[in-house]
Design a protein around this ligand. Structure first.
Ligand SMILES: Cc1cc2nc3c(=O)[nH]c(=O)nc-3n(C[C@H](O)[C@H](O)[C@H](O)COP(=O)(O)OP(=O)(O)OC[C@H]3O[C@@H](n4cnc5c(N)ncnc54)[C@H](O)[C@@H]3O)c2cc1C
Length: 465
């Protein structure tokens, strides 16, 4: 048996957690190996963030093309070629994925194709395309997550889609049922609705986008319903009958049962961590509800073993995975002055129409935690740039701690809010209070002025509403 190859750090999984951690480790002088079994870039680049945003861009354009009249244009016979729309999405994913390979190479990270598992303390075996044993004093688990399967609604790739099939539809369904109204479910609902499908969303909880502030959930629901989407909350799925090219589903909401027939179903009922076959048994790594338990520096219960990203629990977001990866590696390298991760300061974005973005505590959560709060709101209709862009539908809501003026949370819905939320993230990172935010000068005309006005509103000083 060949001798095991030794490294300073081994990373299992090449998603935005693993590959970013590997690059940072190499920058810090650690001899680093990364093992990936399917595709560098993980779900994010291949089957998540990037291909969905590419599809959503096409659906936004489709929407705009059908509203050309508002801007003084006219065009006949507007249509799209779905195959080309999907092809562009796959091409963008491929382009970004090959970029990751290049960056790893440039940083001299050794990349292995194959399936990795912990074989013994500080030892990893790789099987599949590569057969090798590696050793390192530090091992980061970054194996990500996959779609959760709901009993009775198992995805079959034809009639019942997971996000993977939903991203490469062979034809546009005329009608679609989306089960689950988290970010992934609502993004697909918005894409298909804007491309002309009749979309119904069912959510077992009492509102859509359940992690968002209740007011933002209600605002987005109203906007989506105005676009023609049907939304059932507090709803249960009953019997599912598959036809040759459609599915009949019994739904129960508000005490009423109904049966609907749709062309396709997208199941978006959450994710489960990829913890299987990693050799975690007996290592001290604690797995709870399919996620590895970690502390604020991504350490697991086994010395020298760390976990980051989707595997390590919510929020299941690429930038959270990358941030954990960097922090974990810097702590392994012994960098001074590090702070444990603050999971309340991870922004969340949903790229539906209207977009949604938030950071920090919702109003309800702030009250639950006993804060005496001040809340400010500002609607896009009071903002010149939003109206000029033809995007008057939106709102910003901010929550402050009344005694200290600390910004506890910010919640936005409307055009480009996913680009703007970063302003509030910086404010929270710098522990800004209302005083700094009020005195900051926002450029005019920009939609970002709504962020300023919402802060002013919390203190009874709003100008434009
Ligand atoms: C449809 C969709 C849209 C999304 N949109 C967004 C978005 O807009 N913004 C956002 O922030 N997040 C989004 N996400 C979530 C985002 O994709 C994930 O949070 C992110 O990919 C997590 O990164 P990760 O590195 O933890 O895991 P992953 O990206 O899942 O990567 C893990 C990698 O590990 C590999 N692996 C697993 N087990 C092994 C093993 N034993 N050996 C070797 N390799 C292994 C896998 O092949 C995979 O490549 C979206 C997700 C989906 C599904």
């Amino acid at each position: 048996m060949p001798e095991a190859e030794s490294h300073d750090l081994i990373i299992i999984g090449g998603g935005p957690g693993g590959y970013v951690a590997a690059i940072r480790a190499a920058q810090l002088g650690l001899k680093t190996a990364l093992i990936e079994r399917e595709h560098l870039g993980g779900i994010c680049l291949n089957w998540g963030c990037i291909p969905t945003k590419t599809l959503l861009r096409s659906s936004e354009i489709n929407h705009l093309l059908h509203h050309l009249g508002e801007f003084g244009f006219a065009a006949d016979n507007i249509r799209y070629d779905l195959e080309k729309v999907v092809k562009r999405s796959r091409a963008v994913a491929r382009q970004m994925q090959s970029g990751v390979g290049f960056l790893l190479k440039k940083n001299k990270v050794t990349v292995y194709d194959g399936q990795a598992r912990l074989a013994a303390k500080q030892t990893i075996t790789i099987t599949g395309k590569t057969n090798k044993t590696l050793t390192a004093p530090h091992i980061i688990l970054a194996t990500g997550a996959r779609a959760r399967q709901l009993a009775g609604l198992e995805t079959d790739g034809k009639l019942i889609w997971s996000y993977r099939e939903a991203m490469v539809p062979p034809a546009m369904p005329k009608s679609l049922l989306v089960v689950g109204s988290g970010a992934i479910g609502i993004e697909f609902a918005s894409f298909f609705q804007n491309m002309g499908a009749q979309v119904t969303v069912v959510e077992v909880l009492d509102r859509i986008l359940p992690v968002e502030d209740a007011e933002i959930s209600a605002f987005v629901r109203k906007a989506l319903e105005k676009q023609g989407m049907r939304i059932l909350t507090g709803a249960k799925l009953g019997a599912i009958g598959k036809g040759a090219d459609n599915v009949t589903v019994t739904l129960e909401a508000a005490g009423k049962a109904e049966t609907i027939t749709v062309d396709r179903i997208i199941s978006a009922v959450g994710i489960v961590g990829n913890t299987e076959d990693l050799g975690l048994e007996g290592t001290g790594v604690v797995v709870e509800k399919t996620h590895v338990q970690i502390d604020g520096f991504c350490r697991t219960g086994a010395p020298g073993v760390y976990a980051i990203g989707d595997l390590a629990g919510p929020p299941w977001l690429a930038h959270k995975a990358s941030h954990e990866g960097v922090l974990c590696v810097e702590s392994i390298a012994g960098l001074p002055g590090l702070h444990p991760i603050d999971w309340t300061n991870i922004p969340g974005c949903t790229y539906c129409r209207p977009q949604v973005a938030s950071v920090g505590l919702t109003e309800a959560r702030a009250r639950e935690r006993g804060h005496d709060i001040k809340v400010g709101r500002f609607p896009f209709i009071g903002n010149g740039k939003a109206v000029a862009m033809g995007e008057p539908e939106g709102m910003v809501k901010v929550v402050f701690d009344a005694p200290t003026g600390a910004l506890l949370g910010a919640h936005m819905a409307g055009a480009e809010v996913t680009e703007m939320i970063q302003g509030y993230v910086i404010a929270r990172t710098l522990e800004s209070t209302e005083a700094e935010l009020i005195h900051a000068v926002f450029p005019h005309p920009t939609v970002s002025e709504t962020m300023h006005e919402a802060v002013l509103a919390a203190y009874g000083r709003t100008i434009h509403f």
